[in-house]
Design a protein around this ligand. Structure first.
Ligand SMILES: [Zn+2]
Ligand SMILES: [Zn+2]
Length: 254
């Protein structure tokens, strides 16, 4: 099993996970041309993608899904709530599968376990995906953790974990007050210290990869995200990966 990022942040997100010849995208927030270019730099041809899983209806996650899925005839999986919000574009596709945010399913060789998250969307989820031996947990776009989120992510072999903002940088930024409230709120985004606290609440003993994701380009820096997570893990800062907006991150194997 291996995974890589096409890019991560408020301008677009997509993660590719591969087990055998099954290849899934989790979210696709990039235009078709960008998605293809970003896949090709990872050595993936677009028509080899088996399915796209969507976390929620925000444009940085779903914006590129309909066009890419239509162009390459790729099945799309999303919660019934997300489907309702995106039905105009996604509903027209020939292969759309709704799922319940608590029900596991499989795509080819990949086991998929969704779990609901507090975020300001209709029925947002994040995923733990695995090959039967190893599990990758993905968690972005979450206002704050819950016992169910922690139970879902405990014992994973790899984590892609939101470090959206540094609380002090957000407070000091020139963002309008309502936007600051939205980002820092219960249904907004996870800040560095909250991500670090989450690591303290789960079993990380199997963790081989930890990648900070969905970093704000205005209100965070890779150094601050690495600093918070490495302190929680008691590891060297450069062990923590960064999912960059433009470059994502290269393949990591389990
Ligand atoms: Zn997002
Ligand atoms: Zn979102």
């Amino acid at each position: 099993m291996r995974f890589a990022s096409l890019g991560s942040g408020s301008e677009g997100n997509a993660l590719v996970v591969e087990v055998g010849d099954t290849r899934i995208l989790i979210d696709c927030g990039f235009r078709v041309r960008d998605t293809v270019a970003r896949l090709l730099r990872l050595g993936v041809t677009p028509d080899s993608v088996s399915a796209i899983l969507v976390t929620h209806e925000h444009a940085d996650h779903i914006g590129g899904v309909a066009a890419f899925a239509a162009r390459y005839r790729i099945p799309v999986w999303l919660t019934f709530g997300t489907l309702e919000m995106a039905s105009e574009r996604i509903g027209r596709l020939p292969h759309v599968f709704g799922f319940d945010s608590h029900d596991a399913f499989a795509v080819g060789m990949i086991e998929v376990r969704p779990f609901p998250v507090p975020h300001d969307a209709r029925e947002p989820v994040q995923f733990v995906v695995g090959d039967g031996a190893h599990r990758l947990g993905v968690l972005t776009d979450i206002g704050g953790t819950t016992p169910h989120v922690e139970a879902s992510l405990t014992g994973c072999d790899a984590l892609v974990l939101e470090c959206n903002h540094d609380l002090g940088m957000l407070e000091g930024s020139d963002y309008p007050w309502p936007l600051k409230q939205r980002i820092a709120g219960r249904f907004g985004h996870l800040h560095n210290e909250a991500a670090a606290a989450l690591l303290g609440a789960i079993d990380t003993s199997r963790l081989q990869h930890l990648v900070a994701a969905h970093l704000s380009q205005q209100n965070n820096t890779p150094e601050r995200a690495r600093g918070a997570l490495s302190k929680a893990m008691n590891c060297a800062p450069d062990w923590i990966g960064i999912a960059d907006q433009h470059d994502g991150f290269a393949w990591r194997g389990l």
